[in-house]
Write a protein that binds this ligand. Structure first.
Ligand code: ZN
Ligand code: ZN
Length: 166
């Protein structure tokens, strides 16, 4: 971590083996209801907010990484499993899980994405909405779908899967 820059936010995983600092106010705080975020967080949605990678500093430990598609890396604590980061491999930015901040109440979500997979009972939030498909260029959406490393939503005979892609 650079000497003079003061963290705007600090956070980390449930067990504390991984700690990080955000050196700038994060942008685009949102919840993502997409099926991949649901699985990655074991939840109904993922709460995420992003900074430039140069404004993200690990202050203890290291992230374990799962490549959820050829385009995306999801960082987590290998010791306790807390989901911590989301990063498009071609992007200079990185998002952190808002719930992993030491003060998540300071970063309320302003958008919701991935609404194609939003739980039907999820209450109206008043947040503006976008589906995953609407939120990105068609080629990018296709590239994520065709390189999806997420297991399908049913039992399979073999793992690692030979053809787990939908
Ligand atoms: Zn941990
Ligand atoms: Zn998502």
């Amino acid at each position: 971590m650079s000497g003079e820059r003061q963290p705007v936010h600090t956070g980390g995983c449930q067990c504390g083996a991984v700690r990080y600092a955000l050196l700038a106010e994060p942008a685009d705080p949102h919840i993502c209801h997409c099926r991949m975020c649901q699985k990655a967080f074991g939840s109904f949605f993922a709460p995420l907010t992003g900074v430039a990678q140069t404004d993200f500093a690990l202050t203890r430990g290291a992230l374990a990484i799962f490549r959820s598609s050829d385009l995306a890396e999801r960082g987590f604590c290998a010791n306790c499993g807390t989901p911590l980061t989301f990063h498009y491999v071609d992007s200079p930015r990185i998002a952190v899980a808002i719930g992993s901040l030491d003060h998540p109440e300071l970063v309320p979500p302003r958008m919701q994405y991935g609404t194609e997979a939003r739980m039907p009972w999820f209450p109206e939030t008043g947040l503006s909405s976008a589906t995953t498909e609407d939120d990105m260029a068609p080629e990018r959406y296709a590239a994520i779908r065709s390189s999806n490393h997420q297991h399908p939503d049913h039992d399979t005979d073999a793992w690692p899967p030979r053809e787990a892609r939908r």
